[in-house]
Design a protein around this ligand. Structure first.
Ligand SMILES: Nc1ncnc2c1ncn2[C@@H]1O[C@H](COP(=O)(O)OP(=O)(O)OP(=O)(O)O)[C@@H](O)[C@H]1O
Length: 331
């Protein structure tokens, strides 16, 4: 088990993390999510032992993870950290970069494992190319294979697919996260991309203003976001008073509604005026204003011109589901 206990950290005068507590079981996949600059990378670097903890402690099983003040070579040997800069050897080939940490005493295994990893990152035909000739996305894939080759017990991934195009991203994600699950590798992934989180993470931890503000199974967080910050990590969302959606409801309580949960009607519901529509392929993400001048995003099947008035409805089941959670309107 990985334990992070009462961890606080500051860069000079900038306090970044405060009183972080985490327990991660072997083989679990945990996503650290939160807005840019909230401290996700900092937390990974501290867990890896790249920086000295200011306050608190980190343990893997019974071993305490210490920073550079205590270790000549920072970074615990049973962990690997894939940072946003890939740390590759530019002048040697893709294969050599991947196999660098594999044992040369078993040449057949070395070849087989390198081949397996090349297939996983879908770069078999680039095996002999020098890394410096590859694109940023291809380099990120080599960096992923290179850390996987080392079979760490704990793998820390910082935006692991950030440079990879959408065309490849989905299959690569499946290849890599499925492999990590099968090999019972403990994974902590810092990401803004919900596609890294919803299908693969066992738990998600949300950081905001230096602290963990939510932790749950990703689908539970998505279905019942505690506030607009959490919901916004999953998609466009709005906060709306229930009595505005259902005029018979005698309550001022507010709920969060995702853009895709609104149904558009031409006759009844919450009246809004269209401000702008963004084509998304399967739908138009439509920005609108209510009579109370609140911004509301909804998905529409067709393109509505600016200024058009439409009515929005939300299924009673969705409203009931959200009411059951303590929703705050303050965020
Ligand atoms: N080496 C550093 N020295 C000083 N401040 C830093 C340093 N590294 C990061 N910071 C600051 O610490 C805060 C947290 O940064 P961090 O990189 O951990 O955030 P993040 O959540 O990983 O962001 P992103 O999602 O954009 O990668 C930010 O305000 C950042 O500007």
């Amino acid at each position: 088990m990985l334990r992070v206990e009462n961890l606080s950290f500051a860069y000079d005068n900038l306090q970044v993390l405060e009183n972080i507590n985490l327990r991660i079981q072997q083989g679990e996949n945990i996503a650290i999510i939160g807005e840019s600059g909230c401290g996700k990378s900092t937390l990974l670097k501290l867990i890896y032992g790249l920086m000295d903890v200011e306050q608190g402690e980190i343990f893997w099983e019974d071993e305490q993870i210490l920073g550079p003040a205590y270790n000549l070579v920072p970074g615990a040997p049973f962990m690997k950290y894939l940072s946003q800069d890939f740390d590759l050897m530019p002048f040697i080939s893709v294969s050599e970069n991947i196999s660098q940490y594999l044992s040369v005493f078993y040449p057949d295994q070395l070849k087989e494992r390198t081949q397996e990893l090349l297939e996983m990152i879908e770069l078999t035909e680039f095996a002999d190319k020098k890394v410096k000739t590859l694109s940023g996305g291809q380099q990120q894939r080599v960096a992923l294979a290179r850390v996987l080759a080392q079979k760490p017990e704990v793998l820390l991934l910082d935006e692991p697919f950030g440079h990879i195009d959408n065309f490849l991203k989905s299959s690569l994600r499946r290849n890599i996260f499925n492999y990590l699950k099968e090999s019972r590798t403990t994974v902590i992934v810092a990401t803004h991309d919900v596609n890294d989180v919803l299908p693969f993470a066992d738990r998600a931890v949300v950081i905001r203003d230096k602290e963990i503000i939510a932790r749950a199974r990703p689908l539970d967080l998505y279905r019942n976001p505690r506030n607009l910050y959490v919901a916004s990590l999953f998609g466009e969302a709005s906060i709306i008073s229930i009595d505005v959606l259902k005029t018979y409801a005698n309550t001022k309580r507010k709920i969060i509604v995702y853009a895709h949960e609104f149904r558009v009607s031409t006759t009844s519901g919450l009246k809004v005026t269209v401000k702008k529509a963004y084509p998304m392929g399967s739908h138009y993400l439509t920005e609108s204003k209510s009579l109370e001048n609140e911004t509301i995003f909804f998905n529409a099947d067709s393109l509505f011109p600016t200024g058009k008035e439409v009515f929005l409805n939300v299924a009673i089941e969705t409203i009931n589901q959200r009411i059951q959670e303590a929703t705050t309107a303050n965020d």
